[in-house]
Ligand binder design. Sequence first.
Ligand SMILES: [Zn+2]
Length: 211
Amino acid sequence: MPLEQDNPEPAYKRKAHHSGILAQGWQKTKEALGHPKFEAPDDPYFACPYDTEHWVDYDEKSGYWYCMDHDAEWTGPRWNFRLDELWRTYNLEEKAEYVEGIPKPLRHNQKITDGDLEYYFEQLDGDYVKVSVLKDIFGPSPERPDGLIKVNVTDTSTTVISSSYLRRLKRITGKKWGQERAVGENDEMLVRFYSVSSALPVDESQEEEEE
Ligand SMILES: [Zn+2]
């Protein structure tokens, strides 16, 4: 996947990088197939999102603009190559995932997203971990002074993390989560987080009883 920095311009503005011979061959094929009948409006939408060198034309029968090159090069129903469809697919495949930074929860009382919560605990699931290391995983850092989760490293009379996180995990993963304190051979405080697959979800178990 090309880095964003290498291609600051959206694809529709980029020139195609066909190798010379291939491009010449394809150009001949294209000309044999015929030139577009209609001139596309001067708007970035009316170009193939994948390659600005592609020819686009208006299909009078369907009333949609489509990419002639995609239509000629690829198999499948013609509506796949309508600009409307190509742009939607292009945005889904090339633009949908947010990669510019770290998503933060919208809710002000949360410091960790559901996605991160699930990611970290699926990794920790079942292992005994030093509480001091857990603090390094979730605690404050110079660049994120709020940290992700408050870790209790001192008071052994209460849980290592708030049980509210385990309730959130249950909602996210559909599994029940628990935490168990333990102690290491050098008296290190340890903790284990574990998930228990619950039986069928409530609705399904009710359906089962009816059968
Ligand atoms: Zn195209």
